[in-house]
Design a protein around this ligand. Structure first.
Ligand code: NDP
Length: 256
């Protein structure tokens, strides 16, 4: 995908599932710098990512980042900032998330708080701590309008966040804390789009489809490769027309 050639990108939750596949495909698309962020850079769940980074040391940098911990976000931003050049950071993909399988009747206070910390407050502070680098990228680009190779925040959302779809969605499993948190993430998209418009930083929410990952389970109809091909293809063609929108991995507009 030509749009990503020479770009810099941060992907959270990059060690498995869709995040890992995004790193793979951004590498294939010739991104020049990929900051692959995960909370346990040395653990067994990051082995594949570590191997990829070892093979592509000029492109992939592993970054320790626990999105549920604001101080970890701050530290990671400092590290990434020290490695970025004068062109800043073009793309943030807020991908990391958790899905405790709980209902309205059995979700605990901890389930609700942990889910919000990771799925809403995490993306908010990632955007805030990395904002100076996005602004640098937007200014350095010299291109008019908005695009992902200029400066963009992509929030990975879900159809389960949609107030229109949720009432008729056949749940594969209980989604209560997750749905509510992702609806909150969608509102974060609306705020980000409004507040960063003057800086020409693009922001959307995107539903990646129901995908066979640890989160999606093995009954899901599509695999990570198909989902991420769709997501990146949609992202690569975004303009200011889609700014503040909610799309799916095929480019279809999602109902809020
Ligand atoms: P997985 O459960 O397979 O992967 C989740 C990723 O998030 C892991 O890398 C995990 O890291 C990371 N993560 C969780 N908590 C934190 C944290 N506190 N700090 C940093 N990283 C964290 O999920 P998917 O790959 O399937 O999902 C990716 C995105 O797509 C999510 O936003 C999800 O909501 C969304 N989505 C997925 C769908 C699906 O069908 N799969 C459907 C709709 C949306 P670790 O290994 O450390 O746990």
């Amino acid at each position: 995908m030509a749009a990503f050639k020479g770009c810099s990108a941060l992907v959270t939750g990059a060690n498995r599932g869709l995040g890992l596949e995004m790193v793979k495909q951004l590498l294939e698309a010739q991104c020049s710098k990929i900051f692959a962020a995960c909370r346990d850079t040395d653990g067994p769940n990051s082995e594949v990512l570590r191997e990829m980074a070892k093979k592509n040391p000029d492109v992939i940098t592993l970054v320790k980042l626990d999105v549920s911990d604001p101080s970890s976000i701050k530290e990671s931003a400092k590290k990434v900032g020290s490695l970025l050049g004068k062109n800043g950071l073009n793309l943030i993909i807020n991908n990391a998330a958790v899905l405790p399988q709980k209902t309205m009747l059995n979700a605990t206070v901890e389930d609700m708080q942990n889910t919000f910390n990771t799925n809403v407050i995490g993306p908010l502070f990632v955007i805030r701590e990395y904002l100076p680098y996005l602004k640098t990228a937007a200014k350095a680009s010299g291109k008019p309008g908005m695009s992902c190779d200029k400066a963009a925040v992509i929030n990975i959302s879900t159809d389960a966040a949609s107030m229109t779809i949720m009432p008729v969605l056949k749940d594969p499993f209980p989604l209560f804390p997750y749905s509510i948190s992702k609806a909150g993430l969608n509102m974060l998209t609306i705020y980000t789009a409004r507040d960063l418009k003057a800086d020409e930083i693009l922001c959307i929410s995107i539903h990646p489809g129901w995908v066979r990952t640890d989160m999606g389970g093995d009954k899901a109809p599509i695999d990570a490769r198909q989902s991420v091909e769709g997501v990146l293809s949609v992202i690569s063609s975004l303009t200011e027309k889609q700014h503040g929108g909610f799309l799916d991995y095929t480019g279809k507009t999602m109902p809020w």
